[in-house]
Design a protein around this ligand. Structure first.
Ligand code: MN
Length: 377
């Protein structure tokens, strides 16, 4: 059955294009395998025309027996596409800019030339019987009439979809919706959302495109990608599942693991406040929240931590209340009453203010030992 939304992960291509990020080949293979286990439908594995290690690893990924479709990225140049085909990929992305600013100031070319280059490369790819995504780079800043003409020409030569790139991340969900709707109405081609996060709207814009009828979501793990990055895989999948009722049957329990792996492999930290997979997602400290979460997690959590491979944490610190203190000590098999909890809480707060952070379990144990010693003295 065709999924309602096809997830296209480009961690290995756009993600690696991030300034300062290089994956080792064995890391690329591991990421591809994790993405496949997770149930991602298509993996953009790299840019074969770069040759060397890059071409080698794309071939290795192709030969790894994954369920996902494996896509190679290309400029709209036949010789690029040839390199992709040599890797054995079943899908190619053929990319060229469609905005006047890029056509004039980057390609030093004309709209006619852009059309003819795209048509040539896409025709060549289709003759070799692979799935073709024609990428409109900087689509969001392109003249709509020209973009429609471009998409129609792509469809005519048999392209399977159009990748709509918000290359500099300047769309809002409202403008996205309008543009995607118009494209679909006038051209009738599958659309992939490829949104950048310069204004923090990549996930929202991806969702807006899907609402307007886009069939594919281009994403990366943790939103890794050029500048502020792309729409995050874990965000898009979880938004669809929990907020839109579109369950893609991805193995979401792997999200934390794959995020940790990609963070390490890319030399990036995984911020504790990262949506969906940050450790703080299920950490409760403030008295009211911790109390509520202990009574019933649904009070303060949108979904279960196990859903994404995380665990719930009651953090003890300045903002803790007595209920959290009692629950925490119960974890160690120590039952304390309200009076004791209140007295311990004073020490906890003072220590936490002193240290300007929440407390480790060991520090809590010291506070408790001290308290008991004083009491018995
Ligand atoms: Mn991109």
């Amino acid at each position: 059955m065709k999924p309602t939304v096809t997830i296209v992960d480009t961690t290995l291509r756009d993600g690696e294009q991030t300034a300062g990020v290089v994956f080792a080949n064995k890391e690329k293979l591991r990421i591809a395998r994790l993405l496949d286990d997770l149930g991602v439908h298509q993996i953009e594995a790299g840019i074969p025309v770069m040759g060397g290690d890059e071409k080698e690893v794309v071939t290795e990924i192709v030969n790894s027996n994954l369920n996902a479709s494996i896509m190679g990225w290309n400029r709209a140049v036949v010789s690029d596409v040839k390199q992709s085909l040599q890797c054995g990929v079943d899908a190619v992305a053929i990319s060229i800019s469609t905005s006047d600013i890029h056509i004039k100031h980057k390609l030093n070319s004309t709209r006619e030339d852009v059309l003819s280059r795209m048509v040539k490369a896409a025709e060549f790819a289709k003759e070799h019987d692979v799935y073709v995504s024609v990428n409109a780079e900087d689509a969001s800043r392109s003249d709509m009439d020209f973009l429609i003409e471009f998409a129609k020409a792509a469809k005519e030569v048999g392209a399977d979809r159009l990748r709509f790139c918000d290359t500099v991340g300047i769309l809002t969900p409202f403008t996205t919706y309008e543009k995607i709707k118009q494209l679909i109405d006038e051209v009738g081609i599958d659309i992939e959302m490829h949104m950048h996060n310069d204004f923090g709207l990549a996930t929202a814009n991806t969702l807006a495109g899907i609402k307007a009828g886009a069939t594919h979501a281009g994403v990366t793990v943790l939103g890794l990608g050029e500048r502020a990055g792309n729409a995050a895989l874990e965000e898009v999948v979880m938004v669809l599942k929990f907020l839109e009722g579109i369950d893609l049957k991805c193995k979401t329990t792997l999200f934390r693991e794959i995020s940790e792996y990609v963070a390490r492999a890319s030399g990036r930290e995984l911020p504790s406040w990262k949506a969906i997979v940050g450790t703080n997602m299920f950490a409760h400290e403030s008295g009211i929240h911790a109390d509520g979460a202990i009574k019933n997690p649904l009070n303060y959590e949108a979904f279960e931590p196990e859903e994404v491979g995380l665990t719930r944490q009651i953090v003890i610190g300045k903002h803790s209340g007595t209920r959290a203190i009692k629950t925490k000590f119960l974890e160690y098999g120590i039952k304390i009453d309200d009076q004791e909890a209140q007295e311990l809480l004073e020490n906890v707060r003072a220590t936490s203010v002193d240290l300007k952070r929440s407390l480790f379990d060991k520090e809590l144990a010291y506070i408790y030992d001290e308290y008991i010693a004083k009491k018995e003295a």
